[in-house]
Design a protein around this ligand. Structure first.
Ligand code: GLA
Length: 405
C-alpha cells in the first residue's frame, strides 16, 4: 500500500472513531433532567451578549451553580444573517464579539452554553431557521463551543417532525462536540412516541405563562398556566426516563406569581422529572425566589438517578397527591392544594396502598413504614401516624420518605 493511501485510511479510521465517540457522548447526555437558565420567558428578543455574561456571573454568585444549574441558554433572536456560503452569523449589534467569545466566557465560569434554532426556514421570532442548513449549523455551533441546542417548530408547514428532528440529531452527532438536544415541538405530534432516541427532552405543551390556572389564546395557539401544563402530562410518564424527559417548559418562578404558587410550580416540575430551566432575571431575583430555585432537597428529587416521573397517586378533587419512587427505596410525596382556599387534609398512610404499574414499585404502608422529612420546612415524622396537614391555597407539602431500618 502506498504511503498516501495508508495515511488516508488512517485519517478515515480516526474520523470514524471520533464520530463514534461523539455519538456515544451524545447518548450519555441528559441522564438526569437538564438544569439551567433560558433567556426567553423574561427577555424574549431583547437579548445581548453583556446580559448573557451577567447571567453566567449571577448563576455562580447566587449559588445556583452549586445547586446544580449549569446551562446558560440563549433562546430566539441571537441570529443575524447567513454569510454568502450559508453559514449563520450572530446579530452584530447585540452580539458584537460573536458567540464563540461568549461561549468561552460562559465556559470560564465552569458553566455550559446553549443556543436556539428551528426546524423551519424561520424561527418563531422571524430569524433564519435551520431548514436545509442542519449540518452546516451543527458544525458551526460545535466550532463555537455550544453544549445545548433547543430546536423549535415554527414555519415547518408540511415537514415530517420525526424526520426533521432526526436530521438535526444526526447533524449534531456528527458535528464533533456533544450537544444536548432539546426538542421544542409543543407536543403537537406526540414526540414522546417517537423521540426517545432523537432528543434528550421534548416539550409536551405550548408555551408557559406566569399564572396558576390560566389559558391565554393567541389566535392559532394558546399559552398555559402551571395547573394547565400539569394536567396535560396525563398519560405521559411512561415515556420519561434517563436521557429522554417530558419537558414542561421553562419555569416562571420569580416572574410574578405568589410565593406559594412559585413553590408549587418548582416542586411539581421537579417531581415530574421535567428539565429545570429557570426563566427569570437572575440578576434581580428576590431572596425568596433564590431560596425556592436552590432548594437542594427538591433538586435531589428531580435529579434522582432512577429518573422515574411521579405518578398521580390520589386524586381528592382540590387536593392531589403525587408520588415518585426513588433510589435506595426512598419516595417523594407531594400534596398539592389546587384550590383558592386553605385546606385541612388528613392522610392515613395505612389505608392507602401504592402500586405503580409502570415502574413496578409497590408499598403497603400498613406493613412497611418510613421516616419522612418535609423538604420545605425541615419538619420530620413517620408514616405510622396519620398525617394532619393544613395546606395554604395554591401551595404544596413535599415529603421525602426513607425506609425505616
Ligand atoms: C416558541 C417556543 C418558546 C420560545 C419562542 C421563541 O414559542 O415554544 O419556548 O423559544 O418560540 O420565539
Amino acid at each position: 500500500m502506498n504511503k498516501k493511501i495508508s495515511l488516508l485510511l488512517a485519517l478515515c479510521a480516526s474520523f470514524l472513531l471520533g464520530a463514534q465517540a461523539h455519538a456515544q457522548k451524545f447518548d450519555e447526555l441528559g441522564k438526569t433532567p437538564q438544569m439551567g437558565w433560558n433567556s426567553w420567558n423574561t427577555f424574549a428578543c431583547e437579548i445581548n451578549e453583556q446580559m448573557i455574561r451577567d447571567m453566567a456571573d449571577t448563576m455562580v454568585k447566587t449559588g445556583m451553580k452549586d445547586a446544580g444549574y449549569n446551562y446558560i441558554n440563549i433562546d430566539d433572536c441571537w441570529h443575524g444573517t447567513r454569510d454568502k456560503n450559508g453559514f449563520i452569523q450572530a446579530d452584530k449589534t447585540h452580539f458584537p464579539s460573536g458567540i464563540k467569545a461568549l461561549a468561552d466566557y460562559v465556559h470560564s465560569k465552569g458553566l455550559k452554553i446553549g443556543i436556539y434554532s428551528d426546524a423551519g426556514s424561520k424561527t418563531c421570532g422571524g430569524r433564519p431557521g435551520s431548514r436545509g442548513h442542519e449540518y452546516q449549523d451543527a458544525i458551526t455551533y460545535a466550532s463555537w463551543g455550544i453544549d445545548y441546542v433547543k430546536y423549535d417548530w415554527c414555519d415547518t408547514k408540511d415537514i415530517n417532525p420525526k424526520a426533521a428532528y432526526t436530521t438535526m440529531r444526526d447533524a449534531i452527532k456528527s458535528a464533533g462536540r456533544p450537544m444536548l438536544f432539546s426538542i421544542c415541538e409543543w407536543g403537537d405530534n406526540k414526540p414522546w412516541e417517537w423521540a426517545t432516541d432523537i432528543g434528550h427532552s421534548w416539550r409536551t405543551t405550548g408555551d408557559i405563562d406566569p399564572c396558576w390556572n390560566c389559558e391565554h389564546s393567541h389566535g392559532s395557539w394558546s399559552s398555559w398556566g402551571v395547573l394547565r401544563i400539569l394536567d396535560k402530562q396525563e398519560g405521559l410518564r411512561k415515556y420519561a426516563g434517563p436521557g429522554h424527559w417530558n419537558d414542561m417548559d421553562m419555569m416562571e418562578v420569580g416572574n410574578g406569581m405568589s410565593e406559594a404558587e412559585d413553590r408549587s410550580h418548582f416542586s411539581l416540575w421537579a417531581i415530574m422529572t421535567s428539565p429545570l430551566i429557570t426563566g427569570n432575571d437572575l440578576r434581580s431575583m428576590s431572596d425568596t425566589t433564590r431560596k425556592i430555585l436552590t432548594n437542594k432537597e427538591m433538586i435531589a428529587i428531580n435529579q434522582d438517578p432512577l429518573g422515574i416521573q411521579a405518578l398521580k397517586w390520589i386524586d381528592d378533587g382540590d387536593v392531589e397527591i403525587f408520588i415518585k419512587p426513588m433510589d435506595k427505596g426512598d419516595y417523594a410525596v407531594l400534596f398539592l392544594n389546587r384550590s383558592d382556599n386553605e385546606k385541612t387534609y388528613v392522610h392515613d398512610w395505612a389505608f392507602n396502598e401504592m402500586k405503580d404499574d409502570i415502574s413496578k414499585h409497590q408499598i403497603d404502608f400498613s406493613k412497611e413504614s418510613f421516616n419522612f422529612r418535609n423538604v420545605w420546612t425541615g419538619a420530620t415524622g413517620d408514616t405510622k401516624a396519620k398525617l394532619n396537614l393544613s395546606i395554604p391555597a395554591h401551595d404544596v407539602v413535599v415529603l421525602r420518605l426513607t425506609p425505616k431500618k
